[in-house]
Design a protein around this ligand. Structure first.
Ligand SMILES: Cc1cc2nc3c(=O)[nH]c(=O)nc-3n(C[C@H](O)[C@H](O)[C@H](O)COP(=O)(O)OP(=O)(O)OC[C@H]3O[C@@H](n4cnc5c(N)ncnc54)[C@H](O)[C@@H]3O)c2cc1C
Length: 560
């Protein structure tokens, strides 16, 4: 008799492989078949883009998938995100405003060689009992009341396999999205080109300035995801555990047309103009066999109308939605997708009715994505302004650690009571959080015409801001569900104070309003900034003001 799998996963990339490991860890006897269209193992370094992880995905890989041992042995520990903002010539890295941690970070994250990782995951999940067919391109899915069939092509023939569940992890292949026509546009136009260079590149070697070179512990700059930023773009440098280096350009086409960097030769010319030091340092390394690959992707942001169904199917990873690689949320979304999807699969296989959960998880996913969108939309024009970006990035980290990370590390994503408290009503905490974030992202955009100063020779560390540093450290603490909601509430109250103080500084500089005025964080707007409008708002908080002064270049003296 034909075998009926519990789950068929078309697509054996990061999302599909991680989903299989997650399911196997929770239910070792679950039967899983992965269909992967590639027919050979992945090459080292030059495989897929997406090498940098942040805290949520790291927690997922280390703790939920139990990959801590593998990650520590074969991949690099990451030392945060590091940003360099423009000076007039951008020739001397030591003069640029540098934003990144001074010290090694306590909360782990990793730089991944995607080839090494995916090859390991394939072997690992097979050891756990997952079956994988390589060279198998899934072509069609037919849904039935009890089982679904998937037809795949291999070696010129079509084969049909059957399962209770189908979890689409085909990335941009988007098998189910295409079949069921739930493609959805994402209003965010950004393009990218990336390439891998043979060998290690340490930007710490890019300056003769001894003070700058010795300012940080060795390797802290090397192990970071480095961003060289200016108006309309960022250029990344990421070290890989295979001792190679990933380089990429991500840019807004309204400012940097794709045609100016969509071949390797053009990317060099683009760098010569926009990042002359990187050009000088990287060009020689791409000569001979130094250049391992060169890839491009135009308008990569996309959304998905559906994600999880009680009819026993779901989508995960890039087969669903993808927004922007800044801050590396790709693997975070894989972690969230897989956590919701595996919870639905496991409950359904146990005989539970998952109708309500499937729709709550889909709504929760959409709400999270919706909160993420304003972080990126129309933000590329701001990237040349060090002061705006440093406030913006600090804010983005604070909200990220304070809410989604904390929820994820505390299993809040699949706790219906927590989800209800956070998202059910219009005035619920989660929705309030979304409103506050949107207001702040609008503020950063509105600030641009007022912030024209070009700064240099400044080093800023977001982890000097105590309240933000604690939000990161606290995401590792485990709470009971009731305490978790309380902690989220406290974090949102803290974020309101941070928002109010950022607004005081910005509005004072842009509009001359008082540095100690009351601020209603939900009425923040630079276009209507005046002291009276906020009369009933939050009072000035000297501790938060002192904390945020560490990332504010204009040293206004506040007489409280
Ligand atoms: C420029 C850029 C930079 C990025 N940087 C980062 C980063 O630093 N950190 C991060 O976390 N994320 C990053 N991302 C996102 C990251 O690349 C994706 O989140 C991730 O690769 C998605 O994994 P996936 O498994 O969903 O898709 P994929 O990795 O594309 O895997 C899909 C798999 O499905 C297979 N397949 C496709 N169609 C079929 C079919 N019909 N049948 C069978 N198999 C099929 C493919 O061969 C592939 O192996 C970046 C994205 C871009 C565009």
């Amino acid at each position: 008799m034909e075998k009926i799998y519990d789950v068929i996963i078309p697509g054996g990339g990061l999302a599909g492989l991680c989903l299989s490991v997650q399911l196997k860890r929770a239910k070792p006897d679950i039967s899983i078949l992965i269909l992967e269209s590639m027919d050979t193992v992945a090459p080292t370094a030059a495989h897929k883009v997406g090498e940098s992880t942040v805290e949520l995905a790291t927690h997922y890989m280390r703790e939920v998938l139990d990959l801590k041992g593998y990650l520590e042995e074969h991949e690099l520990p990451k030392q945060g995100l590091r940003f360099f903002f423009p000076t007039k010539t951008k020739q001397d890295i030591s003069e640029r405003v540098e934003f990144g941690p001074h010290n090694r970070l306590k909360v782990p994250s990793h730089q991944l060689d995607r080839g090494t990782l995916e090859n390991y995951l394939m072997k690992h999940t097979q050891t756990l009992g997952t079956e994988i067919i390589m060279g198998a391109r899934a072509k069609a899915v037919e849904f039935g009341p009890e089982t679904h069939t998937v037809t795949y092509g291999k070696d010129g023939a079509d084969v049909t396999v059957t399962a209770k569940w189908v979890a689409d992890a085909t990335g941009r292949g988007s098998l189910l999205k295409r079949k069921m026509k739930f493609q959805k546009e994402m209003d965010h136009a950004v393009n990218a080109a990336w390439w891998r260079l043979r060998g290690e590149i340490d930007i710490n070697d890019w300056s003769e300035n001894k003070e700058w070179v010795n300012y940080l512990e060795p390797k802290i700059r090397y192990l970071a995801t480095v961003h060289f930023m200016d108006k309309g773009y960022w250029l990344w440098v990421i070290p890989l555990g295979s001792h190679n280096t990933s380089i990429g350009i991500v840019a807004d086409p309204a400012i940097h047309p794709f045609e100016t960097y969509n071949t390797y030769e053009k990317a060099l010319t683009w760098m010569e103009k926009n990042e002359p030091l990187a050009y000088r340092m990287l060009k020689p390394l791409g000569e001979g066999d130094g250049l391992m690959d060169f890839r491009i992707l135009k308008h990569f942001a996309h959304d998905s109308g559906r994600l999880y169904s009680a009819d026993r199917w779901g989508v995960t990873g890039e087969a669903g939605a993808f927004l922007d690689p800044l801050y590396s949320p790709g693997s975070d979304f894989i972690a969230m997708n897989n956590t919701w999807l595996s919870d639905l699969i496991l409950r359904n296989l146990d005989g539970e009715d998952i109708t309500i959960r499937a729709s709550i998880y889909e709504e929760a996913h959409k709400a999270h994505l919706e909160n993420w969108v304003p972080i990126y939309q129309n933000k590329y024009p701001l990237m040349g302004s060090a002061q705006i970006m440093i406030f913006n990035i600090c804010w983005d980290w604070a909200i990220y650690w304070g809410v989604p990370c904390l929820l994820f590390t505390n299993k809040g994503f699949t706790n219906l009571k927590v989800a209800k408290e956070l998202f059910a009503a219009d005035d619920s905490l989660g929705r309030q959080f979304g409103r506050l974030n949107k207001i702040m992202q609008d503020l950063f955009r509105a600030w641009l015409p007022y912030e024209t100063e070009l700064f240099s020779n400044i080093y800023v560390d977001c982890f000097d801001v105590e309240c933000v540093r604690h939000l990161q450290l606290d995401m590792e603490i485990q709470y009971e569900p009731k305490q978790l909601v309380e902690k989220i509430k406290m974090n949102i109250e803290l974020l309101e104070k941070v928002a109010a103080q950022m607004f005081r500084l910005i509005s004072h500089k842009a509009k001359g309003t008082s540095l100690t005025m009351n601020v209603d964080p939900y009425a923040i707007s630079l276009t209507q900034a005046n002291d009276e409008q906020h009369a009933k708002g939050m009072p000035y908080d000297a501790m938060i003001a002192d904390d945020l002064s560490k990332i504010w270049f204009t040293k206004d003296k506040v007489m409280a």
